[in-house]
Write a protein that binds this ligand. Structure first.
Ligand SMILES: [Cu+2]
Length: 75
């Protein structure tokens, strides 16, 4: 039996994404992290939604990856 891991979902407000390419790069970067199950980005809404395991990756790390990629975390 596989133990279920508590997942958390957050929605970050991210500025600087201009197109679908930006969405893909944010999504792909986040999904390379251990503990991120799913990420999706919407440049029109300036939102990035992330499903992650907080035992493996922290919110600060998620934000760091996004800002390292050149985008601004607004909230
Ligand atoms: Cu773009």
């Amino acid at each position: 039996m596989v133990e279920s891991v508590p997942m958390e979902k957050i929605v970050l407000r991210v500025e600087g994404m201009k197109c679908g390419g930006c969405e893909s790069s944010v999504k792909n970067l986040l999904e390379t992290l251990d503990g991120v199950a799913l990420a999706s980005a919407d440049h029109a809404a300036n939102q990035v939604e992330i499903d992650f395991e907080s035992a493996l990756v922290s919110l600060d790390e998620l934000k760091q990856v996004v800002s390292d990629a050149g985008y601004t975390i607004a909230a």
